[in-house]
Design a protein around this ligand. Sequence first.
Ligand SMILES: Cc1cc2nc3c(=O)[nH]c(=O)nc-3n(C[C@H](O)[C@H](O)[C@H](O)COP(=O)(O)OP(=O)(O)OC[C@H]3O[C@@H](n4cnc5c(N)ncnc54)[C@H](O)[C@@H]3O)c2cc1C
Length: 402
Amino acid sequence: MLQAPESPLRAAAAPTAPPFPDADLMRVTDLLPPDERARLAGIRAVLQEDIRPLTAAFWNREEFPFGLLPRLAALGLGRLQTDGSSRLFTGLAYMEVARADVSLSALVGIHNELVVGMINDLGSEAQKARWLPGLESFTALGAFALTEPDHGSDIAGGLATTASHDGDGWVLHGAKRWIGAGTIADFALVWARDTADGAVKAFIVETDRPGFTATKIENKIGLRIMQNADIVLDGVRVPDANLLPGATAFSQANELLRDSRAWVGWQAAGIQLGAFDIARAYALERLQFGHQLAGFQLIQQQLSEILGNAHASLSLMVGLARIQEDGHLEMVQSAMAKATTTRLARASVALGRSILGGNGITTDYEMAKLFGDAEVLYTYEGTYEINSLIVARAVTGKSAFV
Ligand SMILES: Cc1cc2nc3c(=O)[nH]c(=O)nc-3n(C[C@H](O)[C@H](O)[C@H](O)COP(=O)(O)OP(=O)(O)OC[C@H]3O[C@@H](n4cnc5c(N)ncnc54)[C@H](O)[C@@H]3O)c2cc1C
């Protein structure tokens, strides 16, 4: 019987490695300058050889692998927003993390796009000095707290958490749901509505402040390594210095979401390449009717479809990185990329799961982990439907939200 792989890279590293071991059929890494190309190859090697084999056990236990944070920091994955990396490199790095493990790519992506990026772009000099060094080295963690129990897709208009100015600080009341790293972060970036002017503003809320509680959401079918939390803010008091001076309207949250939706597109490309890696290795090993699965026409068609989906997604993201680098990225392009790549990702992991037959049902063979994780990509950072509505509104001039 085929054994669960000890090293998922086994097929690629063996002397009998198949052609295109890294599956870069479109030679996308050739678009990077030599220094970034070499750095990306180094990141991929560590992720595939050292980190990926460890993740299924943590995923099964819904446990966060704190011991891996120094490894991620050593790869520079805590400072992608501040180290001058190109958008294409940053995106391909996100993709490689997702190819190894989607939960870790959620941690790295939220960390860079919505925590480091938010403090760097919208924070005060004092806030940057206090938090960025620790964040960049993964010795500090933050959470991005926007979604609420009663407001997900309609958060822009519906946000109900309140912030009231009182003396030399603010008092926050409300609840947040699904907040990534909420139970393990040092602080949460909480979006709340100012009771005085009705504007949505953001605050750094240290997680040890009285009135702040975070409860882990358990029994998820995907992203099980990421610790998502229900957060309650019961009269939490923060000083004036904790208001982010650049975050004084929901439009600033939208600018962050524009970029973080793009990050999910890279995740979707990565999960599909991961599904291809697993499915190809399995199809080359597994014998039925005395032949390798990889030699059957229907299996070949499915492998080809996964790879085509992955490269359609990747090509979309390479195009998006170009306009992002030029400073022309708008929500419509991010929404189109997010919706399209996650739709394809869902199809690709279903094909991959099928190629593994019964062994695709257990995470011992990895693919089932990807199958669950793809569902989260489809839904978070704006659901597939909401992102579709954003695209169609932009090209018709008609809003169909309500
Ligand atoms: C694992 C995970 C991690 C997350 N991490 C974070 C995080 O770190 N920080 C954070 O702030 N949030 C986070 N989220 C929240 C996420 O962004 C929301 O789940 C998402 O925006 C959808 O909101 P909802 O779950 O309330 O669904 P709902 O808004 O209740 O939607 C339910 C269904 O109705 C559909 N729908 C809603 N409105 C319309 C409409 N007008 N037209 C057509 N269809 C509609 C939706 O597409 C969906 O299919 C996370 C979610 C998950 C599952």
